[in-house]
Structure formats: C-alpha cells, structure tokens
Design a protein around this ligand. Structure first.
Ligand code: IPD
Ligand code: CA
Ligand code: CA
Length: 267
C-alpha cells in the first residue's frame, strides 16, 4: 500500500497508469506465488518457466487489452498480437525466472510501450523488494516516485558493472565469458545477478556504472532501456551504433564510461 501511495505523487499519463497498475497486480501475484511450491516446466535445459510467469502475463494482458484493445502486443509467454497500430506493449511477465525458482530475491516484471521503434513508457518492478522503476519519454526516470540518475564514475578502474548470460551455451555465451574475464580484470567488479531488466534499472539508479549482455530478447531490455536513458545514461550496441530491442547485444552505461566499455568489448 505505501508503494501505491508514493506512486500517486507523480503526474500521471494514461499509458503510464495502465503500465503501473498491471505491474502492481502482476507483482502482487508473483509475491503470492512465491509462497507456494513452484511448478516448473522446461523451455530448454536451463530455461525454466513457472505458473508465476504465465499467470503474471495473463494479468498484464488482461489489463492492457481492456484499456487498449487496438494496440499490438509482444509478450514472452504467448503469441502476442500484431495489429495495425503504431503502439506495441512489450512484456516480460517475470524476468529472472531462475532466481524466482530458487528464491533468490532478484526478479522483476517489465512492461514497455513503444510507438513504432521508440519507447514511450518503461516500468520495471523489483518484485521482492517492492520497488517500481518507471520512465516516460522526456520526463526522467523514477524509483517509487523519486527521481533517479546514473553515476558520475569516470574511469572503468573505479566502476562496478553487471552482465548476464543466455541459456544457450553457444559461441556468443563463450565470447561473453571472455568479456567477463576482461572486465573483471579492469574494473572493481562484475555482478551477474540474473535479471536483465533490473540490471538496467540499477545502472539507472546509480548502483551500477554499466551493464552489457549478448543474447537478450526484446522484452528483457524494452522498459529498462528507456529507464536508463531517462536517468541520463547511454545505450548502444556493441559496436557503438544505435541500439534497438531487436538487436541482441546491448551496452548500457552512465555515458561517461561508454567509450571505455566499448573499447574492451571490441579489443
Ligand atoms: C533472463 C534474465 C537474465 C538474462 C537472460 C534472460 P528470463 O530472462 O534477464 O538476466 O541473462 O538472458 O533470458 O528468462 O528470466 O525472463
Ligand atoms: Ca527476461
Ligand atoms: Ca521472463
């Protein structure tokens, strides 16, 4: 309840309202599910899916479709919906499923609204800690109603970074192991906590100085990318070019460290 009250302080936008409300209900549902025995199915050897993923997605879709039946939807656990709309909701109903299954308190709900190729709204909830990160294009980034911003760290040597690894242990995965070693050698530490949407929010709120990953899906980065950018950070692809959620490699930073991070990845 206190979380809801704090969110009320912010000036509302109807799209943001729906995203916040769906995130809130889905997060409450996941918290309830976390008290029950997990029913686990396997999408791959280590790629898990639970009732919490599916139920959370149903809640989110129900709310969004009730308000905006004409909008397209891209969601992880269902076929989605491609309509003739400029607007697309991009949904990860539970980011960090492996953490959720093990009870490791680092999992999220992520909802973004895109107009054509550009993010308009991004909402990510840290389900366990009951915190909600949000951003509206051009209006800054917030955590529970408080404005957040990236760090001012100016040297990689002084930075704390994060990354993640895809489920498929292919050549990309192998390459990321190399980057992991290289960055660990050059900065103050690299964290691998297992929920990309939250990793991005931690760059946005200044708990991390940068994040990179390969093999992400659109719903992993859609909301987080706007939250980082609105917090003053920078997002590109590995080669420094413009990032889109349909590119599977991402480098996010406080902006100042970006060049140094790209140099390590491209060395
Ligand atoms: C995963 C998490 C993880 C990242 C994986 C994603 P999921 O999402 O974001 O941090 O390393 O690439 O697939 O499967 O838990 O929604
Ligand atoms: Ca995910
Ligand atoms: Ca997921």
């Amino acid at each position: 309840p206190s979380q809801t009250v704090r969110l009320m302080d912010r000036e509302r936008n109807p799209f943001l309202e729906v995203a916040l409300s769906a995130t809130q209900e889905a997060s409450d549902y996941i918290r309830e599910q976390s008290k029950l025995t997990r029913q686990i199915d396997f999408k791959g050897t280590t790629d898990l899916v639970t009732q919490a993923d599916r139920g959370s997605e149903e809640i989110i879709l129900r709310q969004i479709e009730a308000e905006y039946p004409e909008h397209s939807i891209l969601a992880e656990e269902s076929d989605g919906k491609r309509l003739k709309s400029q607007f697309t909701w991009i949904i990860d109903p539970l980011d960090g499923t492996t953490n959720f299954v093990h009870g490791y308190p680092f999992y999220a709900v992520s909802i973004a609204l895109f107009k054509d190729e550009s993010p308009l709204i991004g909402v990510v909830s840290d389900v366990f800690h009951e915190q909600i990160y949000s951003a509206v294009l051009g209006e800054g980034a917030y955590c529970d109603g408080e404005k957040i911003s990236v760090t001012g760290t100016s040297k990689l040597q002084k930075a704390l970074l994060a990354t993640g690894f895809p489920y498929i242990h292919d050549e990309i995965w192998q390459r990321n192991m190399e980057y992991f070693r290289e960055f660990t050698d050059r900065c103050q530490g690299v964290r691998r906590a297992g929920a990309a949407a939250l990793d991005l929010c931690h760059v946005a709120c200044g708990w991390l100085d940068g994040f990179w990953e390969h093999g992400l899906q659109p719903w992993d980065s859609a909301a987080g990318m706007l939250i980082v950018e609105e917090a003053g950070g920078k997002i590109t692809r590995n080669d420094g070019s413009l990032f889109s959620i349909f590119h599977d490699n991402i480098v996010a930073s406080n902006g100042i460290l970006h060049k140094e991070m790209l140099a390590v990845i491209n060395s």
